[in-house]
Design a protein around this ligand. Structure first.
Ligand code: DAH
Length: 344
């Protein structure tokens, strides 16, 4: 009987001292396992006189019960400790300031491009694209500017080789589209894109900028159609009530050619510092597609006619948003770009 007590006391002590679940499991094996001390006590029962067996059996069972319960409660304790330790070490300090992620904004030039695309798609135009590295043929020859033509001086060009260049105007895309149409009418498209010129950068010049070309070819297309279209565009881009006016000009690929002014949106045409007192602001070049250009591209100028225009997107954005330096569009200054956050 005293052996039972000894085993029980030793077991309870070992259990109480178990520092973690692994040690507790070892104690369980040591005392309650098949080859454990309590099982060994049970085996000893065989050697006892018959009358002592029941009392001995009861005591061993009580011992087993006590040890099991001690293990259970120590296990609960250790599990709780482990959980608390885990919570402590994995604690998140929600008072720490987080890392702020800033969302990008739509670039003002892209905003203008999208506005123009929406506006013209709504009138049944398609949006065409073309390469920025262009052949002299599309940029100049098909646009009625042969080699050695003085009009080439109007656009100082980055040449890659004598026949390859960075396109100087979106008119190159106009020529590609005319050629691609194989004389089929009607044509109604715009082509926005980047263009390049060997200019020294300053507040109003950039060696790379954006244009959007417009082109309509069909039967009986007139200068009046051009005027109506551009007036509609001016009203949508610069607000209702805008007027436009044509001034005679020269482009090799149009005849007649015009420069187009819009009535100043800042003073409503009365004259202010932006329009330099004139009440008008020049916004684009346009004209009727030159008969020779139609011919070179496989159209019969007796049977069809077309209008075209080319508008500078920086110029439109500068006017619309009151930006006074074109370099702002390209220096990626967050303080500038942030102003165009549509979700702010
Ligand atoms: N390509 C001209 C330029 O870059 C702009 C232009 C003028 C385009 C008249 C046209 C046009 O399509 O008809 O200065």
């Amino acid at each position: 009987m005293s052996r039972i007590e000894e085993v029980q006391n030793a077991a309870l002590q070992t259990i109480a001292k178990a520092k973690d679940l692994a040690e507790l499991q070892a104690a369980r094996v040591q005392y309650l396992g098949k080859k454990g001390s309590i099982q060994a006590l049970m085996a000893e029962m065989r050697n006892l006189p018959k009358e002592e067996k029941p009392a001995f059996g009861q005591m061993v069972n009580a011992c087993k019960q006590a040890v099991s319960e001690a293990i259970e409660s120590r296990q609960a304790e250790l599990q709780k400790e482990a959980l608390e330790k885990g919570m402590e070490s994995e604690k998140i300090d929600i008072t720490l300031p987080g890392t702020q992620t800033t969302l990008g904004t739509t670039h003002p030039l892209l905003m203008i491009q999208q506005e123009l695309e929406d506006l013209f798609l709504g009138m049944g135009y398609k949006v065409a694209e073309g390469p920025e590295v262009e052949q002299d043929y599309y940029n100049f020859e098909l646009a009625n500017i042969p080699k050695d033509h003085p009009a080439r001086d109007m656009q100082d060009t980055f040449y890659i080789d004598p026949n390859t260049l960075l396109r100087t105007h979106t008119t190159a895309m106009q020529m590609r589209e005319l050629e691609k149409a194989h004389g089929e009418l009607p044509i109604k498209l715009i082509c926005p894109g980047k263009v390049y010129r060997r200019d020294d950068d300053d507040a109003t010049h950039s060696h790379q900028f954006m244009q959007c070309e417009g082109l309509v070819v069909g039967e009986h297309v007139t200068l009046a159609d051009l005027k109506g279209t551009l007036e509609f565009m001016a009203n949508r881009m610069f607000g209702e009530g805008r007027k436009i006016r044509f001034r005679p000009s020269y482009f090799p690929f149009t005849e007649p050619s015009v420069e187009v002014d819009v009535s100043c949106p800042f003073c409503d045409g009365k004259g202010c510092s932006v329009c330099k007192g004139s009440g008008w602001i020049e916004i684009l070049g346009a004209g009727m597609v030159h008969p020779h250009v139609l011919e070179m591209n496989g159209f019969d100028p007796e049977k069809c006619s077309g209008f075209a225009f080319g508008v500078g997107l920086e110029r439109v954005a500068m006017l619309k948003y009151g930006i006074d330096d074109i370099r702002n569009f390209y220096t990626n200054d967050q303080r500038f770009l942030k102003n165009f956050d549509r979700f702010d």
